[in-house]
Design a protein around this ligand. Structure first.
Ligand code: SF4
Length: 161
């Protein structure tokens, strides 16, 4: 399931915590809410986003139930500062949640893997794009640099957390 990370400057990298309405979005995992903490179960194949798939999440929001991947928005994303600051914070703030590399099918194109390698993957299962039960550390990790205390810049886009 392992593969070599792409160069982070590669023009075709995908965000693994994207909104489903972005062009090219696919679902690649299901959030299991049954345990002590929610965790991602990775699909054997990415699934195209359809209205039927989104409806399956009801009454929750699709981003509370599925993990979506879509082309990295770079400058249009509030986490972007020449690289993904979100995965940087995830790796630096969150504990490892998987000792083994998750069986993830989007690894070859994943921006987080390209930038942070296995350190990102080992923390990835605990990530929920819309997390209503986020720990204090997760809230801190999800905070775009433009909204962090002391930052002077205005947000530049939708935050894919
Ligand atoms: S960080 Fe790793 S496990 Fe998570 S989506 Fe990217 S390649 Fe998959």
């Amino acid at each position: 399931m392992g593969c070599r990370p792409k160069n982070p400057d590669h023009p075709d990298l995908h965000c693994p915590s994207a909104q489903p309405d972005l062009p090219g979005a696919v679902a690649f995992g299901l959030i299991e809410h049954g345990g002590e903490a929610p965790t991602t179960a990775y699909f054997e194949e990415p699934v195209p986003v359809t209205s039927e798939l989104l409806d399956m999440a009801a009454p929750l929001r699709p981003t509370e139930v599925f993990r979506f991947s879509a082309p990295c928005q770079q400058q249009r994303c509030s986490h972007w500062e020449g690289a993904c600051t979100l995965v940087d914070r995830i790796v630096n703030l969150l504990p490892v949640s998987s000792l083994t590399l998750p069986p993830c099918q989007i690894r070859a194109d994943c921006r987080w893997f390209a930038e942070q390698g296995r350190d990102a993957c080992r923390r990835c299962p605990q990530i929920i794009t819309q997390n209503t039960r986020a720990s204090e550390l997760m809230v801190q990790a999800a905070e775009p640099p433009s909204r962090a205390p002391g930052a002077g810049k205005a947000p530049t886009g939708e935050a894919p957390t």
